[in-house]
Ligand binder design. Structure first.
Ligand code: PXP
Length: 246
């Protein structure tokens, strides 16, 4: 069980805003530094094949200019593997990636791509990069991640966050609760993320087997109204209260 729940702040969408106009403003690295100062434990950035938000130069600067660990989200491609092995982030989260999607829509299908994914886990782990697999809360995908030798899984919380009725929300939450328990029982570290915000974070934060949440879009959006520091302080306080009042 984990008393402390880490917060990873995903700064991709600071780059989305920057790229809408070109130029350098707003700077995702400055956002990462502010996030660290506000209490983020890690910073996450997704270098997509189409470079729609984070650029290669951002990864280099994040590697050199922030004091907290960098979690690189990456598709399982030769290009991304080369980049990860060049810049050696603290952690790499392997995600599925489709050009036409607006965001990472679902988890990885490890079972269907076991042989292909094996070399990514091996090559990254050999360089001491902590590998996590972004998967749906399903036991067979968790088993496959374990068999692959990945030390960490990140459970996709998108279906839970997007659920409209209470019955569907409860059903999706239950899957996450059972999956987090199962994953830690078989020796995996369990993280969660996608779509989380002030209204959805607490039931996930209450799951003691989960030790890290990765949150991006909501925090960056909210920072338009309250500033990034306030948005992070508020989510942190919700996470802490949920954890302390189980
Ligand atoms: N975790 C993973 C693996 C993701 O791909 C993303 C989205 O980039 C997130 C967490 C954060 O999701 P959101 O931006 O919806 O908070």
């Amino acid at each position: 069980m984990n008393d402390y729940l880490r917060l990873g702040v995903n700064i991709d969408h600071v780059a989305t805003i920057r790229n809408a106009r070109g130029g350098e403003h707003p700077d995702p690295v400055k956002a990462a530094q502010l996030a660290a100062a506000a209490g983020a434990d890690t910073v996450t950035a997704h270098l997509r094949e189409d470079r729609r938000h984070i650029f290669d130069k951002d990864i280099i600067r994040l590697r050199n200019e922030i004091d907290i660990p960098l979690n690189l989200e990456m598709a399982a491609t030769e290009e991304m593997l080369k980049i990860a092995l060049l810049y050696i982030p603290h952690a790499a989260c392997i995600v599925p990636e489709k050009r036409e999607e607006r965001t990472t829509e679902g988890g990885l299908n490890i079972i269907g791509n076991y042989n292909y994914l094996e070399k990514f886990v091996k090559n990254l782990s050999n360089k001491d990069i902590r590998v996590s697999m972004f998967i749906e809360p399903e036991h067979d995908q968790i088993d496959a991640a374990k068999k692959l030798g990945a030390p960490v899984i990140e459970l996709h919380t998108g279906k839970y966050c997007n659920a409209t009725g209470q019955i569907e929300k409860d059903r999706e939450l239950k899957k996450i609760i059972l999956s987090a328990k199962y994953a830690t029982d078989i020796g995996l570290e369990c993280h969660a993320g996608h779509g989380l915000g002030f209204d959805t974070v607490q039931p996930i934060a209450r799951i003691q087997e989960i030790c890290e949440l990765n949150i991006g879009h909501f925090l960056i959006g909210e920072s338009i109204f309250s500033g990034l520091e306030q948005a992070i302080l508020r989510i942190r306080s919700l996470m802490k209260n949920a954890r302390e009042n189980l």
